[in-house]
Design a protein around this ligand. Sequence first.
Ligand code: GLU
Length: 500
Amino acid sequence: MTASNTVRVRFPPSPTGLLHVGGLRSALFNWLFARHHGGAFVLRIEDTDRARYCPEALPDLLDSLRWMGLDWDEGPDIGGEYGPYFQSERLDLYKQHARQLVDEGSAYYCFCSPERLAQVRQEQMKRKEDPRYDRLCRDLDPAVASDRVAHGEPAVVRLKMPLTGQTTFHDLIRGDITVENSTQDDAVLLKTDGFPTYHLANVVDDHLMEITHIMRAQEWIPTAPRHVQLYQALGWQMPAIAHLPVVLAPSGRGKVGKRKQVIAGGRALPVHVRDFRAAGYLPEAMFNFLALVGWSYDGHTEFMTRKEIIDRFSIERINPAPAAFDYDKLDHFNGVYIRQLSPDDLTDRLMPILEQAGIDADREMMRRIIPLIQERLKRLVDVPGLVDFFFVEELPDYDPALLVPKKMSAAETRPLLTEARTLLAKITPFVSDSLERSLRALAEARGVKAGQFFTPIRVAVCGRTVAPPLFGTLEVLGREQVLGRVDLALDKIASLAAHS
Ligand code: GLU
């Protein structure tokens, strides 16, 4: 490819809030397309809506993209040949093009007050018409209008949409889309405060930044006809365009990005990228999972490396139908990716999460716990609740009744646990294999089911009934800790037996 036809795509978020997974999916598809073609991925900040500006948004955006490994070739922090990459620093460009459009008769000044517009709107709604600007200023004498502007009268610039005919554009995913021009509004391009609207800024920047392909959310389809008209009016070739399928919340109702969180099955589920990160989803799992939200390689291959996804990505295989964001599937992907991590890598990722949960975990010990939990782990954030009991000198108080297995009494349990204690004091080496062998043999000798026999031991050392595999747990805790905890359990069970 020569420089002039190198693929250039952009991700142009508006910094109005935290990045959600729908936005991340748009970024990912653009990034994949750029990397597939050896092109450029441009990050542009569309910060022209001052009223909705959120200072937290930009750092959150950059962190989120970096977390997933979506690097940009040009952008606000690193600059590039086509900068600046903040729209708020490009206002002169927009004004200049707005003026050009007015001079050439493709746009016009509109002096209507917000009050008048509201009234027009209200009347249209009453008549059950689509609310739309009634074009009062469209036919003003341009010289008179320019004069009023020159005298300081506040005005917006509006696009002069053709009143008849049709506008057609080709969507790379959806094919040709045609609208009747008579259904279109004369959209505002430049506001009274001198800031452009999305339409003008987006078109001017995509052109000046030599963007070759636009891949944006489906919700923007209705704006495309006016963008087509803008490109035509400015005498520019429009980039190829594709509208990505919406990302639906798991209920199938509504877009995922319109909420702070999704409630499903009684669970509050994250929506913002930062919350997925905090919940311990692995970026590599999210990358693979998200690539399949609206795109597929062959309809069935699910697990692919980053490189495979880049090699295989194509716009043709993006499905126009709305795509569900399936949290259960993400959990499954996360589990698979967690199992692929080396124990050392997993330990490294867990240490900060444990610290955050207020657990003073010894790294070496955590490294030894990994084989006990790695297999069943779905989210890193579940780990503190699984391993906290390893890292305490004394177990938090637990209900003594938990020590008593089903279909047994405290009086029956007590001698069994006493015998187990005697054995635990002796077994050498104190490792999982020999612990298992000896304890199973004892259960059998006493004619007690293994499950019943192990319950009091498990509760004694973990303080609960559901815990990582018992023998490995005993090994990691070590004989001294185990005996101390069993002694405590024996005290508890003694008082329980005395009271029953
Ligand atoms: N600023 C727009 C947004 O945040 C960009 C849409 C687009 O053209 O990709 O949704």
